[in-house]
Design a protein around this ligand. Structure first.
Ligand code: XLS
Ligand code: MG
Ligand code: MG
Length: 397
C-alpha cells in the first residue's frame, strides 16, 4: 500500500524553491549528431520558458546565440530580447546563468581565447563582452566559460604553456571588464577532457581549481563541473564536486548522466549512474549548496516534443527522489549507528594532531608503539553499509 501511495504522490513534483534550471540549448536540442540530421523542429525560446515554468522549473540559461542569432542586427537583437524578457516576466522565470557560444561558427575552429590567431582571440573577447552585457541585462549572476574548442588535434600546433597563458589573459581581461562595469557577476569555468577537440585544455575539475588560483581575481571565479565530463575521464564526480565545494568554488553545476568513458552523452539526470548520483545529491544537500540545480542534458534522439518535456520533468523528479533518499539515509537508525561505529576509534590517537603541528605533538606521535598488525585486523563493515545503501536506493527500506 505504501509503495502505491509513494509512486503516485506529488512529493517529488518540482517547485521553484528547488531552483531547477535548464539551458535553452538543452530542451532546444534537435537531436542532430555527427551521423544524422535534426529530428525535432526548433522550439521558440519563449515557448521553452512557458513549458519549463509549467513543469516547475525556476530558471532558464542560455548561450548568446541560443537566443540572438550570430548575424542578428541590433534592431533584431533588441526585439528578441524584449520578447524573451516579457516571457520571463509572464511565466515567473529567471535567467541565473549565461554563457557565450565560442565553438559553433567556423571562425572558432582552432579555439577562441587560445587560438593561434590574435584576431580570433580578440574577436572572442568582443563576442564575450557583448554576451556578458546580454546576460547581465537578463539578470544573470553567474557567467559560464566552457572552452568548447580550446584544445588541439595536432599537438605540434601549439605550445601548451602559451595556451594556458592565453586563457589566463582572457579571463583576467574579462574579470576587469565585469568590475569596470560594476556588474554583479561571478565566473564559473567548466572543464571537459575532449570533444569536439581531441584534447581540450583544463580537462578536469582539479585542473580548473589549480588554474583559478593563478588568476588576478580568484575570488570571483569558481567552477561549473558537469557529471558527463568527469565520467568521460573515468573520474569520480562526487569527489571532484566535494573538492570544489570545500574550496568555496562550486558556483554552478551541470547535472546530467553518462554511460562511462565515451563521447559526451548528456543523458537525463539519474538515468544511468543511480548510486553515484544519489551520493552527489546527498553531498549538495548535506553541504547546503544554494546555487542553481542546472540540467545540461537533452532528450534521446528518438523523441518528439512531448518526449522533451518528459525528459525535463524526469530530470527534476529524479533529483527530488534522490533528495528524499538522502533524507532517509540520514534518518535511518541502522545506517547511522553503523556509520558512527565505523567513524569512532581511539580518542587519544584522534586528538594527537587535531591542534596541528608542534614539536611536542611530533615527538609524542613518534614515541607511540602503534602495533600495525593489531590495527590491521579490523573489519570495516563496509559490505554491510553498502548493502544497506543499495536496499535504501532500491526501495526496500
Ligand atoms: C558541452 C558543454 C556545454 C556547456 C555550456 O559539452 O557541457 O553545454 O555547459 O557551453
Ligand atoms: Mg555543460
Ligand atoms: Mg556536456
Amino acid at each position: 500500500m505504501t509503495q502505491i501511495k509513494e509512486a503516485t504522490s506529488d512529493q517529488y513534483t518540482p517547485t521553484k524553491a528547488d531552483k531547477f534550471s535548464f539551458g535553452l540549448w538543452t530542451v532546444g536540442n534537435r537531436g542532430s549528431d555527427p551521423f544524422g540530421e535534426p529530428v525535432r523542429p526548433a522550439l521558440l525560446p519563449t515557448h521553452s520558458v512557458k513549458k519549463l515554468s509549467e513543469l516547475g522549473a525556476w530558471g532558464i540559461n542560455l548561450h548568446d546565440n541560443d537566443l540572438v542569432p550570430f548575424d542578428a542586427t541590433p534592431q533584431e537583437r533588441d526585439r528578441i530580447v524584449r520578447d524573451f524578457k516579457q516571457a520571463l516576466n509572464d511565466y515567473g522565470m529567471v535567467v541565473p546563468m549565461a554563457t557565450t557560444n565560442l565553438f559553433y561558427h567556423p571562425v572558432f575552429k582552432d579555439g577562441a581565447f587560445t587560438s593561434v590567431d590574435p584576431s580570433v582571440r580578440a574577436f572572442a573577447l568582443q563576442k564575450t563582452m557583448h554576451s556578458i552585457d546580454l546576460g547581465v541585462e537578463l539578470g544573470a549572476t553567474t557567467y559560464v566559460f566552457w572552452g568548447g574548442r580550446e584544445g588541439v588535434d595536432a599537438e605540434a600546433s601549439k605550445n601548451p604553456v602559451d595556451a594556458i597563458k592565453r586563457m589566463r589573459d582572457a579571463i583576467n581581461f574579462l574579470s576587469e571588464y565585469v568590475l569596470d562595469n560594476g556588474y554583479q557577476l561571478r565566473f564559473a569555468l567548466e572543464p571537459k577532457p575532449n570533444e569536439p577537440r581531441s584534447d581540450t585544455y583544463f580537462p578536469s575539475i582539479g585542473h580548473m581549481l589549480a588554474f583559478i588560483a593563478t588568476l588576478d581575481h580568484p575570488e570571483m571565479i569558481g567552477v561549473n563541473p558537469e557529471v558527463a565530463h568527469e565520467h568521460m575521464s573515468g573520474l569520480n564526480f562526487v569527489h571532484g564536486v566535494a573538492q570544489a565545494l570545500e574550496a568555496g568554488k562550486l558556483f554552478h553545476i551541470d547535472l546530467n548522466d553518462q554511460k562511462g568513458p565515451r563521447y559526451d552523452q548528456d543523458l537525463r539526470f539519474g538515468s544511468e549512474n543511480i548510486k553515484s548520483l544519489f551520493f552527489l545529491v546527498k553531498l549538495l544537500e548535506d553541504q547546503g549548496y544554494t546555487g542553481p540545480r542546472h540540467f545540461d542534458a537533452h532528450a534521446y534522439r528518438t523523441e518528439d516534443e512531448q518526449g522533451v518535456w518528459d525528459f525535463a520533468a524526469g530530470c527534476m523528479r529524479t533529483y527530488n527522489m534522490f533528495k528524499e533518499k538522502a533524507r532517509r539515509f540520514n534518518a535511518d537508525p541502522e545506517i547511522q549507528a553503523l556509520l558512527q561505529e565505523i567513524n569512532s576509534g581511539d580518542s587519544v590517537h584522534a586528538a594527537l594532531f587535531s591542534g596541528g603541528y608542534s614539536k611536542a605533538a611530533a615527538d609524542q606521535i613518534k614515541a607511540i608503539d602503534f602495533q600495525p598488525d593489531v590495527l590491521a585486523r579490523r573489519g570495516y563493515k563496509y559490505e554491510k553499509l553498502d548493502q544497506l545503501t543499495v536496499e535504501l536506493l532500491l526501495g526496500v527500506r
